[in-house]
Design a protein around this ligand. Structure first.
Ligand code: NCD
Length: 299
Protein backbone atom coordinates (compact mmCIF):
# COMPACT_ATOMS: atom_id res chain seq x y z
CA UNK A 1 0.00 0.00 0.00
CA UNK A 2 1.37 3.42 -0.90
CA UNK A 3 -0.29 6.80 -0.24
CA UNK A 4 -0.71 7.07 -3.98
CA UNK A 5 -2.86 3.93 -3.95
CA UNK A 6 -5.41 6.06 -2.11
CA UNK A 7 -7.27 8.97 -3.65
CA UNK A 8 -7.08 12.35 -1.92
CA UNK A 9 -10.66 11.74 -0.70
CA UNK A 10 -9.68 8.35 0.74
CA UNK A 11 -6.63 9.91 2.38
CA UNK A 12 -8.78 12.61 3.92
CA UNK A 13 -11.24 9.96 5.14
CA UNK A 14 -8.38 8.06 6.74
CA UNK A 15 -7.20 11.19 8.52
CA UNK A 16 -10.73 11.93 9.72
CA UNK A 17 -10.93 8.44 11.18
CA UNK A 18 -7.53 8.95 12.85
CA UNK A 19 -8.79 12.17 14.46
CA UNK A 20 -11.94 10.44 15.64
CA UNK A 21 -9.85 7.65 17.21
CA UNK A 22 -7.73 10.29 18.89
CA UNK A 23 -10.83 11.89 20.42
CA UNK A 24 -12.68 8.67 21.28
CA UNK A 25 -10.13 5.89 21.76
CA UNK A 26 -12.60 3.83 23.84
CA UNK A 27 -14.97 3.50 20.91
CA UNK A 28 -12.30 1.63 18.94
CA UNK A 29 -10.63 -0.38 21.69
CA UNK A 30 -12.21 -3.70 20.66
CA UNK A 31 -12.63 -3.07 16.95
CA UNK A 32 -9.97 -5.61 15.94
CA UNK A 33 -10.70 -8.31 18.49
CA UNK A 34 -9.68 -11.69 17.09
CA UNK A 35 -7.50 -10.14 14.37
CA UNK A 36 -3.75 -10.62 14.06
CA UNK A 37 -1.17 -8.22 12.64
CA UNK A 38 2.20 -9.63 11.53
CA UNK A 39 5.16 -7.25 11.58
CA UNK A 40 7.83 -8.57 9.21
CA UNK A 41 10.82 -6.29 9.69
CA UNK A 42 13.94 -7.22 7.72
CA UNK A 43 15.57 -3.96 8.75
CA UNK A 44 15.90 -2.22 12.16
CA UNK A 45 13.10 -0.02 13.43
CA UNK A 46 11.92 1.24 16.77
CA UNK A 47 9.13 3.68 16.10
CA UNK A 48 7.49 2.22 13.06
CA UNK A 49 7.30 -1.39 14.24
CA UNK A 50 6.21 -0.54 17.76
CA UNK A 51 3.78 2.04 16.42
CA UNK A 52 2.13 -0.67 14.29
CA UNK A 53 2.06 -3.06 17.22
CA UNK A 54 0.70 -0.42 19.58
CA UNK A 55 -1.93 0.47 16.97
CA UNK A 56 -3.15 -3.13 16.71
CA UNK A 57 -3.06 -3.67 20.48
CA UNK A 58 -5.06 -0.49 21.08
CA UNK A 59 -7.65 -1.78 18.62
CA UNK A 60 -7.98 -4.95 20.69
CA UNK A 61 -6.09 -7.15 18.21
CA UNK A 62 -2.90 -9.14 18.58
CA UNK A 63 0.51 -9.03 16.95
CA UNK A 64 3.35 -11.35 16.00
CA UNK A 65 6.46 -11.05 13.87
CA UNK A 66 10.20 -10.69 13.66
CA UNK A 67 12.39 -7.63 13.85
CA UNK A 68 15.53 -8.50 11.94
CA UNK A 69 16.32 -10.51 8.84
CA UNK A 70 18.69 -12.61 11.00
CA UNK A 71 15.82 -13.99 13.02
CA UNK A 72 13.76 -14.99 9.98
CA UNK A 73 14.07 -17.74 7.37
CA UNK A 74 15.58 -15.14 5.04
CA UNK A 75 18.91 -16.38 6.44
CA UNK A 76 18.05 -19.83 4.98
CA UNK A 77 17.39 -18.27 1.61
CA UNK A 78 13.59 -18.02 1.72
CA UNK A 79 12.14 -15.41 -0.63
CA UNK A 80 9.79 -12.65 0.49
CA UNK A 81 7.18 -14.12 -1.85
CA UNK A 82 7.27 -17.47 -0.02
CA UNK A 83 7.38 -15.88 3.43
CA UNK A 84 4.26 -13.85 2.73
CA UNK A 85 2.36 -16.89 1.45
CA UNK A 86 3.05 -18.56 4.77
CA UNK A 87 2.18 -15.44 6.78
CA UNK A 88 -1.10 -15.15 4.91
CA UNK A 89 -2.12 -18.35 6.71
CA UNK A 90 -1.26 -16.96 10.16
CA UNK A 91 -2.27 -13.31 10.14
CA UNK A 92 -5.02 -11.03 8.84
CA UNK A 93 -2.79 -8.11 7.88
CA UNK A 94 0.92 -7.49 7.68
CA UNK A 95 3.38 -4.58 7.86
CA UNK A 96 6.69 -5.18 6.11
CA UNK A 97 9.95 -3.26 6.17
CA UNK A 98 12.71 -4.40 3.84
CA UNK A 99 16.11 -3.03 2.73
CA UNK A 100 15.31 -3.89 -0.90
CA UNK A 101 13.27 -1.36 -2.80
CA UNK A 102 10.01 -2.87 -4.01
CA UNK A 103 10.11 -5.96 -1.73
CA UNK A 104 6.80 -5.14 0.02
CA UNK A 105 5.19 -4.63 -3.41
CA UNK A 106 6.38 -8.08 -4.52
CA UNK A 107 5.00 -9.49 -1.29
CA UNK A 108 1.67 -7.73 -1.80
CA UNK A 109 1.33 -9.25 -5.26
CA UNK A 110 1.63 -12.76 -3.76
CA UNK A 111 -0.36 -12.19 -0.63
CA UNK A 112 -3.95 -12.94 0.26
CA UNK A 113 -3.84 -10.46 3.17
CA UNK A 114 -3.17 -6.69 3.00
CA UNK A 115 0.57 -5.89 3.05
CA UNK A 116 1.55 -2.42 4.27
CA UNK A 117 4.89 -1.06 3.13
CA UNK A 118 6.62 0.02 6.35
CA UNK A 119 9.67 1.34 4.45
CA UNK A 120 11.53 -0.20 1.49
CA UNK A 121 15.21 0.71 1.15
CA UNK A 122 15.76 4.31 0.08
CA UNK A 123 12.49 4.27 -1.87
CA UNK A 124 9.26 5.01 0.03
CA UNK A 125 7.79 5.10 3.52
CA UNK A 126 4.04 5.52 3.04
CA UNK A 127 2.86 5.26 6.64
CA UNK A 128 5.37 7.88 7.77
CA UNK A 129 3.82 10.07 5.09
CA UNK A 130 0.34 9.46 6.47
CA UNK A 131 1.77 10.50 9.82
CA UNK A 132 3.32 13.63 8.33
CA UNK A 133 0.14 14.59 6.47
CA UNK A 134 -1.99 14.22 9.58
CA UNK A 135 0.54 16.24 11.60
CA UNK A 136 0.59 19.05 9.03
CA UNK A 137 -3.19 19.05 8.75
CA UNK A 138 -3.56 19.22 12.53
CA UNK A 139 -0.99 21.98 12.97
CA UNK A 140 -1.93 24.06 9.96
CA UNK A 141 -5.65 23.27 9.71
CA UNK A 142 -5.36 22.27 6.04
CA UNK A 143 -3.12 20.62 3.50
CA UNK A 144 -3.03 23.42 0.96
CA UNK A 145 -1.14 26.58 0.27
CA UNK A 146 2.14 26.39 2.13
CA UNK A 147 5.87 26.35 1.56
CA UNK A 148 7.66 23.36 2.97
CA UNK A 149 11.42 23.04 3.30
CA UNK A 150 12.88 19.54 3.26
CA UNK A 151 16.39 19.44 4.62
CA UNK A 152 19.18 16.88 4.92
CA UNK A 153 19.50 13.58 3.11
CA UNK A 154 17.01 14.03 0.30
CA UNK A 155 18.69 11.37 -1.80
CA UNK A 156 18.33 8.34 0.45
CA UNK A 157 15.58 9.63 2.76
CA UNK A 158 12.56 7.55 1.84
CA UNK A 159 10.23 9.56 4.05
CA UNK A 160 11.06 12.61 1.94
CA UNK A 161 10.26 10.81 -1.32
CA UNK A 162 6.88 9.62 -0.10
CA UNK A 163 5.97 12.98 1.40
CA UNK A 164 6.76 14.90 -1.80
CA UNK A 165 4.68 12.42 -3.80
CA UNK A 166 1.72 12.80 -1.50
CA UNK A 167 1.89 16.60 -1.12
CA UNK A 168 2.22 17.04 -4.88
CA UNK A 169 -1.47 16.18 -5.08
CA UNK A 170 -2.59 19.12 -2.96
CA UNK A 171 -3.07 22.70 -4.21
CA UNK A 172 -0.62 25.53 -3.74
CA UNK A 173 2.31 23.64 -2.26
CA UNK A 174 5.78 24.96 -2.89
CA UNK A 175 8.84 22.88 -2.09
CA UNK A 176 12.28 24.07 -1.10
CA UNK A 177 14.88 21.31 -1.08
CA UNK A 178 17.86 22.01 1.15
CA UNK A 179 20.75 19.58 0.84
CA UNK A 180 24.42 19.29 -0.01
CA UNK A 181 24.78 18.52 -3.70
CA UNK A 182 25.71 14.89 -2.98
CA UNK A 183 22.36 14.33 -1.26
CA UNK A 184 20.00 16.05 -3.67
CA UNK A 185 16.48 14.79 -4.21
CA UNK A 186 16.46 12.14 -7.02
CA UNK A 187 15.82 13.31 -10.58
CA UNK A 188 12.68 11.24 -10.97
CA UNK A 189 11.08 13.37 -8.27
CA UNK A 190 12.08 16.77 -9.64
CA UNK A 191 11.00 15.59 -13.10
CA UNK A 192 7.59 14.66 -11.71
CA UNK A 193 7.28 18.13 -10.11
CA UNK A 194 8.29 19.89 -13.33
CA UNK A 195 5.79 17.83 -15.27
CA UNK A 196 2.99 18.75 -12.87
CA UNK A 197 4.06 22.41 -12.81
CA UNK A 198 4.68 22.35 -9.08
CA UNK A 199 7.17 24.99 -7.92
CA UNK A 200 10.36 23.85 -6.24
CA UNK A 201 13.77 25.27 -5.52
CA UNK A 202 17.03 23.52 -4.64
CA UNK A 203 19.42 25.28 -2.26
CA UNK A 204 22.39 24.43 -0.08
CA UNK A 205 22.16 27.04 2.68
CA UNK A 206 19.40 26.69 5.22
CA UNK A 207 19.50 30.15 6.82
CA UNK A 208 18.76 32.16 3.71
CA UNK A 209 15.48 30.42 2.81
CA UNK A 210 14.32 29.94 6.39
CA UNK A 211 12.11 33.09 6.51
CA UNK A 212 9.99 31.70 3.63
CA UNK A 213 9.07 28.40 5.26
CA UNK A 214 5.80 27.35 6.90
CA UNK A 215 7.25 23.93 7.78
CA UNK A 216 10.74 22.59 7.97
CA UNK A 217 11.09 18.82 7.57
CA UNK A 218 14.50 17.81 8.88
CA UNK A 219 16.02 14.41 8.13
CA UNK A 220 18.94 12.33 9.30
CA UNK A 221 21.80 11.50 6.93
CA UNK A 222 21.03 7.84 6.13
CA UNK A 223 24.25 6.20 7.25
CA UNK A 224 23.16 2.68 6.28
CA UNK A 225 22.69 3.61 2.61
CA UNK A 226 26.20 5.02 2.07
CA UNK A 227 28.73 3.02 0.10
CA UNK A 228 31.64 4.67 1.78
CA UNK A 229 32.05 5.73 5.38
CA UNK A 230 34.22 8.75 4.60
CA UNK A 231 31.39 10.37 2.66
CA UNK A 232 29.02 9.75 5.53
CA UNK A 233 31.41 11.29 8.06
CA UNK A 234 31.94 14.31 5.84
CA UNK A 235 28.20 14.92 5.37
CA UNK A 236 26.61 13.79 8.63
CA UNK A 237 26.77 17.17 10.39
CA UNK A 238 26.16 19.31 7.34
CA UNK A 239 23.00 20.76 8.93
CA UNK A 240 22.43 21.30 12.59
CA UNK A 241 19.28 23.22 13.37
CA UNK A 242 19.69 25.30 16.51
CA UNK A 243 18.33 28.42 18.18
CA UNK A 244 20.57 30.65 16.11
CA UNK A 245 19.13 29.35 12.83
CA UNK A 246 15.59 29.33 14.18
CA UNK A 247 15.94 33.07 14.72
CA UNK A 248 15.46 33.41 10.94
CA UNK A 249 12.21 31.41 10.95
CA UNK A 250 8.60 32.56 10.96
CA UNK A 251 6.99 32.71 14.34
CA UNK A 252 4.84 29.71 13.42
CA UNK A 253 7.25 27.64 11.38
CA UNK A 254 6.85 24.10 12.69
CA UNK A 255 9.76 21.66 12.72
CA UNK A 256 8.99 18.11 11.68
CA UNK A 257 11.31 15.08 11.70
CA UNK A 258 10.43 11.41 11.11
CA UNK A 259 12.97 10.44 13.82
CA UNK A 260 15.37 8.99 14.81
CA UNK A 261 17.28 12.22 15.24
CA UNK A 262 21.05 12.04 15.29
CA UNK A 263 22.61 15.50 15.35
CA UNK A 264 20.53 17.49 12.91
CA UNK A 265 18.27 19.17 15.47
CA UNK A 266 19.85 20.49 18.61
CA UNK A 267 18.10 19.29 21.77
CA UNK A 268 17.92 22.94 22.86
CA UNK A 269 14.97 23.23 20.45
CA UNK A 270 12.92 20.44 22.01
CA UNK A 271 11.02 22.86 24.23
CA UNK A 272 10.34 25.32 21.43
CA UNK A 273 6.57 25.24 20.77
CA UNK A 274 7.36 24.91 17.08
CA UNK A 275 9.18 21.60 17.61
CA UNK A 276 6.50 19.15 16.47
CA UNK A 277 8.53 15.96 16.06
CA UNK A 278 7.40 14.21 19.22
CA UNK A 279 3.77 15.14 18.56
CA UNK A 280 4.27 13.59 15.13
CA UNK A 281 4.86 10.19 16.75
CA UNK A 282 1.47 10.40 18.43
CA UNK A 283 -0.28 11.16 15.15
CA UNK A 284 1.55 8.16 13.66
CA UNK A 285 -0.13 5.84 16.11
CA UNK A 286 -3.64 7.09 15.32
CA UNK A 287 -3.18 7.11 11.59
CA UNK A 288 -1.88 3.51 11.67
CA UNK A 289 -4.93 2.52 13.71
CA UNK A 290 -7.12 4.13 11.06
CA UNK A 291 -5.20 2.37 8.28
CA UNK A 292 -5.50 -1.07 9.90
CA UNK A 293 -9.26 -0.58 10.34
CA UNK A 294 -9.67 0.59 6.76
CA UNK A 295 -7.62 -2.22 5.22
CA UNK A 296 -9.45 -4.84 7.27
CA UNK A 297 -12.74 -3.32 6.14
CA UNK A 298 -13.90 -2.65 9.71
CA UNK A 299 -16.37 0.21 10.06
C1 NCD B 1 12.55 6.85 9.05
C2 NCD B 1 12.86 5.66 8.18
O1 NCD B 1 12.91 4.52 8.67
O2 NCD B 1 13.01 5.88 6.99
N1 NCD B 1 12.25 6.47 10.37
C3 NCD B 1 10.96 6.18 10.70
O3 NCD B 1 10.38 5.23 10.24
N2 NCD B 1 10.32 7.03 11.48
C4 NCD B 1 13.57 7.92 9.00
C5 NCD B 1 14.99 7.53 9.28
O4 NCD B 1 15.31 6.38 9.61
O5 NCD B 1 15.81 8.44 9.20
Amino acid sequence: MSPLDLSVEELNGLMDTAMDIMKNPEKYSRACEGKVLATLFYEPSTRTRLSFEAAMLRLGGRTMGFHSADSSSATKGETVADTIRVMSKFADICAMRHPKEGAPMVAASRSTIPVINAGDGGHQHPTQTLTDLLTIRSLYGKLQGFTIGLCGDLKFGRTVHSLINALSRYEGIRFIFISPKELKVPDYITEMLTQKNIPYEEVIKLEEIMPQLDFLYMTRVQKERFFNEEDYIRLRNFYILDKEKMAFAKEKMFILHPLPRVNEISVELDDDPRAAYFRQVQYGLYVRMALILTLLGIE
